[in-house]
Design a protein around this ligand. Structure first.
Ligand code: MV4
Length: 458
């Protein structure tokens, strides 16, 4: 029997910053009312100003406000919100939050608690994907019981190997082991750290892939067995597991690889009868082989590059499937090239150290094919409590070369005074010959040398 469709009239956004505003915009276009929640540090934020209603949920620290499930549920109940969009970060991948929303008859815009929990356990997620026929990195069959069992397997596989915490992810709780003698101590360190950080010391072992690219597939499921994919995003330009620039398509993905990765991602999402938007993260090795890494059960920071090449609104899709609307399986048409630069309040010349403070001048770029997703404005005070991203600059053009040119033009127009930003980093990156050739992997920024000048004019 088909599930009854659930009307949604008012959406509470359990988040802040640019993503809260991004979600509010789509809700209003769909004729839905919105409720913003905010900490006392975010009183003057645009998400508070632009939502239909706003509720203060506590003091600045995330754990006292944006992570307080009880206060967010109370805010939804007093305002009569019938759905909650979690954005990214904070409670977006918290299975208990999804379950508590359900218990209060509030639609969580995202997957079921069971799916969030399953994909949150990186070992179970890998196992689930492998059984569904998605390629995974060769390694242990699930978690290993102890260091001795792991070492036996690693010795048989050959080094280097990677020890990964089941509760880790996003680069947390992993260790490379180069030789047999180091295995036991590295395994124990990884396991102890995971026990302390997540209360779960379970670890699995796999072959280490040297110099991989990070390529991820955007998918959308309707929870009725239908799944679409929207092509890939190239996310190898990262520093300490923080992405700085993303693009779509990836310069190394051709039509054949895109079809195979897209089909694999769809198979994986169907195996868990996925509802909502998800990202299936793959490593691609130097031979063009791809392996499942993680499935992120949220809308991601970099979703706009997909929206630009697929000409769609992924947040609208999230809300539609949450309302019970089915999707028709089809090939999504992808066209042109999109790049996103993350503009952070950080000093790229001082090891990307945070640079909070008051924005004195703010002049965002414009023109054809230029999009700026931001919650800040001139006079805005960047609070020190949250992450340092203050804007996303997204451009779209017919080809990668033209997109790079357009991004350089847009970065040149972007004036932000009063704080340091990552703009000069992006200007130098986009002029780098290897970057321009598409010749880079996840190690690129380890050796990328920033020139000690503020504005490189080519
Ligand atoms: C790996 C790997 C090499 N071999 N697994 C880091 C984040 C998490 N999603 C997976 N990660 C990696 N897993 C094997 N078997 C290298 C990384 C990795 C990485 C992956 C994607 C983007 C940036 C990265 C930086 C360092 C290591």
């Amino acid at each position: 029997m088909p599930t009854k469709s659930q009307p949604i009239k008012k959406v509470l956004i359990a988040n802040r910053g640019e993503i809260a505003l991004r979600i509010i915009r789509t809700c209003h276009e769909m004729g839905l009312e919105t409720v913003a929640v905010y900490s006392t540090a975010d009183r003057d934020s645009l998400h508070v100003r632009f939502a239909t209603e706003a509720v203060c949920i506590g003091p600045p620290a995330g754990r006292d406000s944006y992570l307080r499930i009880d206060r967010i549920i109370a805010a939804a109940e007093v305002t009569g919100a019938d759905a909650i969009h979690p954005g990214y970060g904070f409670l977006a991948e918290n299975a208990d939050f999804s379950a508590i929303c359900q218990d209060h008859d509030i639609k969580f815009i995202g997957p079921s608690p069971e799916t969030i929990r399953l994909m949150g356990d990186k070992s179970l997620a890998k196992d689930t994907m492998s059984k569904a026929g998605v390629p995974v990195v060769p390694g242990s069959d699930g978690e290993v019981k102890n260091a001795a069992e792991g070492k036996k397997l690693a010795d048989a596989m050959g080094y280097p190997v990677m020890v990964k915490a089941s509760a880790g992810g996003g680069g947390r709780g992993m260790r490379v082991v180069h030789k047999s003698e180091d295995f036991e101590s590295q395994f124990n360190t990884a396991s102890n750290e995971a026990e302390a950080a997540f209360g779960n010391g379970g670890c699995y072992v796999e072959k280490f892939v040297t110099g991989p690219r990070h390529v991820e597939i955007q998918v959308l499921g309707d929870g009725k067995g239908n799944v679409l994919h929207f092509g890939e995003r190239e996310c190898s330009i990262q520093r300490r597991h923080q992405k700085l620039l993303e693009e779509s398509p990836s310069p190394i993905v051709d039509e054949d690889l895109r079809r195979r990765m897209g089909e694999a991602a769809i198979k994986g999402a169907k195996a868990v009868n996925y509802e909502g938007a998800a990202t299936v993260e793959f490593l691609v090795d130097s031979n063009g082989e791809f392996y499942f890494m993680e499935m992120n059960t949220r809308i991601q920071v970099e979703h706009p590059v997909t929206e630009e090449v697929a000409d769609c609104d992924l947040v609208e899709y999230q809300i539609r499937v949450a309302m019970g609307e089915g999707i028709e399986e089809r090939d999504i048409r992808l066209d042109g090239h999109a790049i996103e630069c993350r503009i952070n309040a950080e000093d790229p010349f001082k090891n990307f150290s945070p640079s909070p403070g008051v924005i004195k001048t703010f002049h965002p770029p414009g023109g054809h094919g230029v999009r700026v997703d931001t919650h800040v404005y001139a006079g805005y005070m960047i609070p020190p409590y949250y992450d340092s991203m203050i804007a996303k600059l997204i451009v779209r053009a017919r080809t990668r070369d033209l997109a790079i040119q357009k991004m350089l033009r847009a970065l040149d127009e972007f004036v932000i005074e009063g704080i340091k930003t990552t703009i000069p980093f992006h200007q130098q990156l986009l002029r780098n010959e290897d970057f321009k050739q598409g010749n880079f992997d996840t190690r690129f920024l380890e050796t990328f040398k920033l020139e000690e000048k503020d504005n490189a004019i080519s």
